[in-house]
Design a protein around this ligand. Structure first.
Ligand code: ADP
Ligand code: MG
Length: 291
């Protein structure tokens, strides 16, 4: 049977926008030593905006972006949505269906358009060496400023680079600072590049970050954190985050996240409100004292 102190802690949490799916999760939370965060949509707002577009000389920018947006309109990745939004605003032409499409999670998308083979995704997806020479070396500067870069390759040739910037949530720094004061190690996990990750990690105040993680590598990082720290939480919002949420001692989902994340999590922050995590920890520690 549930202890009265546990019940009261759970209902107290619910009143404060923290949905806890069982007393055991509060118990675990009270012993928390480290907490890992997904970057996009968790520490950041998850609504990137296109900041710059570079197109190889001799190619028509409008046509290229129109085709890229048509391909990306079939993906629900936040970066894909940013390209679609940019195209809809700047190009007044209806998007079309590519002849074939393939989603490559953690890398990008592949498609066929009028016999051309398209690839849209991260640097390593299109050949990292080419990328450094592209756009007069601007890639480095843009990623150091926290931009995420997406590259477009057509028939094996690098044709464009799209820079996008996602904003760190207003309350992220405060939430991370609170957790650190509570003696908890804070870690960011992301599929994004090293340079971009470094910029966002600094802006967020996290102790440590791991960049260029494929979805399965986020799970691997979490396993390693669990070896180092007794109790580890994971905070995420996306379908990609579900395996990491499941393997953490405490999985925490952002209320605005995807259904899979909400179902897999042990705790849901109903208002995407990161500072509530510190509150939940305090609540769990008070509960433990009473028990
Ligand atoms: P995150 O950990 O930030 O959520 P993902 O693991 O989903 O990132 O993706 C890692 C990288 O792969 C992105 O930063 C991007 O460069 C590339 N990528 C993934 N999906 C897409 C897509 N649909 N369009 C363009 N790029 C993509
Ligand atoms: Mg995310």
């Amino acid at each position: 049977s549930i202890m009265p102190a546990t019940l009261s802690a759970i209902s107290n949490g619910a009143r404060h926008g923290i949905l806890v799916k069982g007393g055991v999760h509060l118990e675990n939370l009270s012993h928390l030593e480290a907490i890992a965060f997904d970057k996009t949509g968790t520490l950041t707002k998850g609504k990137p905006e296109v900041t710059e577009v570079f197109v190889k000389e001799g190619l028509e920018k409008e046509d290229l972006i129109w085709k890229a947006a048509s391909i990306e309109s079939h993906s629900n990745h936040p970066l894909a949505q940013a390209i679609v939004k940019y195209a809809k605003k700047n190009i007044k032409k209806e998007l079309f269906h590519p002849d074939s499409l393939e989603d490559v999670p953690g890398w990008g998308v592949k498609a066929e358009v009028n016999g051309e083979r398209w690839k849209i995704g991260k640097a390593a997806f299109v050949g990292k060496e080419n990328v450094e020479r592209f756009a007069d070396g601007r890639a480095k500067d843009l990623s150091s400023l926290g931009n995420t870069l997406v590259f477009i390759e057509i028939d094996g040739e690098l044709c464009a680079m799209v820079a996008m910037k996602d904003v760190v949530r207003d309350e992220t720094k405060l939430a991370i600072d609170h957790l650190k004061k509570q003696g908890i190690r804070t870690v960011m996990l992301t599929g994004d590049s090293e340079k971009t990750a470094r910029a966002i990690a600094a802006e967020s105040h996290v102790d440590e970050f791991f960049a260029e993680c494929l979805p399965e590598e986020k799970v691997e990082q979490l396993k390693q954190l669990k070896e180092k720290y007794k109790t580890v939480a994971m905070v995420g919002d996306g379908i990609n985050d579900a395996p990491a949420l499941a393997i953490a001692n405490v999985g925490i989902a952002m209320g605005g996240g995807t259904d899979v994340a909400l179902e897999t999590a042990d705790i849901v922050l109903m208002k995407n409100d990161l500072p509530r995590i510190s509150e939940a920890i305090r609540l769990s520690q008070r509960m433990n004292k009473i028990i």
